[in-house]
Design a protein around this ligand. Structure first.
Ligand SMILES: *[C@@H]1O[C@H](CO)[C@@H](O)[C@H](O)[C@H]1NC(C)=O
Ligand SMILES: *[C@@H]1O[C@H](CO)[C@@H](O)[C@H](O)[C@H]1NC(C)=O
Length: 177
């Protein structure tokens, strides 16, 4: 075989693999993505986003769950319900913020969520937020890096933090599922 042929063949194989990957993204296929594929995902080329889902579960002071589902365009559907612990929402002001592991604000969801309170919790809510992504680009909140201490391994990820009257009240990590 001559080298030209081998070269052409490898181009063909490469483009087959690439189109399979692109197709996979388009269709949001529900096969588990291997971490390797994830790392090779080419965000620079305006590729579609992985369909990542994360949850934040509150079981301590506050009871509730919030689910974050990123679509291929990098918008994120935020769906959830709090059933207890948001005491006296008529008198207290609650805000919902995504913060990095050092507590630095990444995205304030309060006005977008616009939750309706019920007793010490909320009615179910579900909002698509265009300027929130989980791991689509470098702003992805799951990719947020924070240096807690120097010389210690960096911490990656984000928490959903609830504030009551401007003070930290409860928080739960966003865990991808
Ligand atoms: C990415 O694609 C979208 C939709 O096709 C387009 O609106 C946007 O301008 C593109 N961004 C870049 C950086 O090419
Ligand atoms: C809200 O929580 C407070 C404190 O736990 C409790 O005293 C109150 O009865 C609760 N209100 C409702 C409507 O559940």
């Amino acid at each position: 075989m001559n080298t030209k042929f081998i070269f052409t063949l490898s181009i063909v194989i490469l483009s087959l693999i690439l189109s399979a990957v692109a197709h996979d993204n388009e269709e949001c296929h529900y096969v588990k993505r291997s971490p390797e594929l994830f790392e090779r995902h080419d965000y620079e080329n305006n590729d579609t986003c992985p369909c990542t889902v994360a949850t934040a579960t509150f079981t301590d002071k506050v009871t509730g769950i919030v689910v974050f589902a990123q679509d291929p365009c990098g918008s994120t559907l935020v769906t959830g319900l709090f059933s207890d612990g948001l005491v006296d929402p008529d008198k207290n002001c609650y805000s919902f913020r995504i913060v990095d592991k050092c507590g630095k604000l990444l995205n304030d969801l309060t006005s977008a969520l616009n939750v309706k309170f019920r007793n010490n919790g909320t009615f179910p809510f579900s909002v698509r937020i265009d300027d929130l992504n989980l791991n689509c680009d470098s702003d992805g909140v799951l990719l947020a890096e924070s240096d807690k201490k120097r010389y210690v391994k960096r911490d990656t990820g984000a928490d959903l933090q609830i504030q009551q009257n401007g003070q930290n009240y409860a928080s739960a990590p966003l865990s991808s599922v």
